[in-house]
Design a protein around this ligand. Structure first.
Ligand SMILES: Nc1nc2c(ncn2[C@@H]2O[C@H](COP(=O)(O)OP(=O)(O)OP(=O)(O)O)[C@@H](O)[C@H]2O)c(=O)[nH]1
Ligand SMILES: [Mg+2]
Length: 294
């Protein structure tokens, strides 16, 4: 058998565990995760290198009906990820309602290569629960494979990878060995900070957050970072900073610890909060930040 390679898109509704699955497969944090829907905004590549194959996984934003320019960009990211994909893992979980099937129909129909139905969060339900999900989907599209996994415990993930490999073509590798993601270091740092802001804010606040890393200076054993956290409203700025700056301190501390662990260096993280009014609706700001919808 020759070397195999291909692109595998991980798609599905918000919050079903797409990014958690990507991270588990790669054995490292590549894509940020939270318990709130629509965490992922841009597609994230994670490259699995094996002696016999290279699988380029593409984590995508959650499928939803866009309400603003940022949402339009996110849905476009899903569509663009499918153009190159050899296979689509449509991820769902046992807690989705009928909207899951409704929302996915046009996307799934437009995709002409193999689609797997992957039911995630297996650890939270019984076998009957999994079977109920499969029954719910039976009338819909013909999936080539149906599997249940837990992205959290890893149960079922090796089987998923082996099954994916059976469908991939014989091809040389797309990326050099050792290449795990094509995300720029600055953007990785910005995403880690955004994740911590998401963890420490609630209701509508996290959705209006954007993080930009303005300075990224790497010296021998030290990484110096200056980042701006943008919010949509003055009141959100107060929430992020918190009483006597306590919330911002927590955000900064957990982001710093994670960056230090990833880079293996001491990190100085200088965090600032700025208002950019209603930025999710403003094309000129979105374009500047790389969220360019067609
Ligand atoms: N119990 C359990 N929780 C999981 C599993 N996979 C993901 N989660 C949790 O589900 C929540 C959403 O996970 P994400 O990986 O951010 O989901 P996503 O599909 O990438 O979400 P969006 O980026 O918003 O579309 C987080 O709280 C995860 O910890 C799993 O297999 N079991
Ligand atoms: Mg995600």
């Amino acid at each position: 058998m020759g070397f195999k390679s291909g692109f595998v898109a991980i798609g599905g509704r918000p919050n079903v565990g797409k990014s958690t699955l990507l991270n588990h497969i790669l054995g490292q944090k590549i894509s940020i995760v939270s318990d709130k829907p629509q965490t992922t905004r841009k597609r994230v590549k994670g490259i699995l290198n094996r002696v016999d194959a290279q699988i380029v996984f593409v984590d995508t934003p959650g499928l939803h009906v866009p309400k603003d320019e940022l949402g339009k960009f996110m849905v476009q990211e899903i569509e663009d990820s499918l153009i190159d994909a050899d296979l689509l893992c449509y991820l769902t979980d046992p807690f989705q309602d009928n909207r899951d099937r409704g929302a996915s129909q046009s996307l799934l129909r437009a995709f002409s290569r193999p689609i797997f139905l992957v039911i995630n969060k297996k650890d939270l339900v019984s076998q009957e629960g999994i079977e109920a999900v499969i029954r719910g989907w039976r009338e819909s599209l013909p999936f080539r494979e149906t599997m249940a996994v837990s992205a959290l415990t890893g149960e079922g993930v090796p089987e998923l990878i082996e099954t994916i490999l059976r469908y991939l073509p014989e091809n040389p590798a797309y990326y050099e060995e050792g290449f795990v993601s094509d995300t720029f270091e600055r953007d990785i740092v910005a995403e880690i900070i955004r994740e911590k802001v998401w963890w420490h804010t609630y209701e509508e606040v996290p959705y209006g957050i954007e993080v930009r890393v303005e300075e990224f200076k790497e010296k021998e054993n030290v990484l110096y970072l200056r980042a701006l956290i943008y919010v949509e409203r003055e009141s959100h700025k107060k929430i992020i900073i918190g009483e006597k700056g306590q919330n911002l301190k927590k955000i900064g501390q957990s982001a710093r610890e994670e960056i230090e662990a990833q880079w293996g260096k001491k990190v100085f993280l200088d965090l600032w909060v700025k208002v950019e009014k209603n930025w999710r609706k403003r094309k000129e700001v979105l374009w500047r930040w790389g969220y360019r919808a067609r």
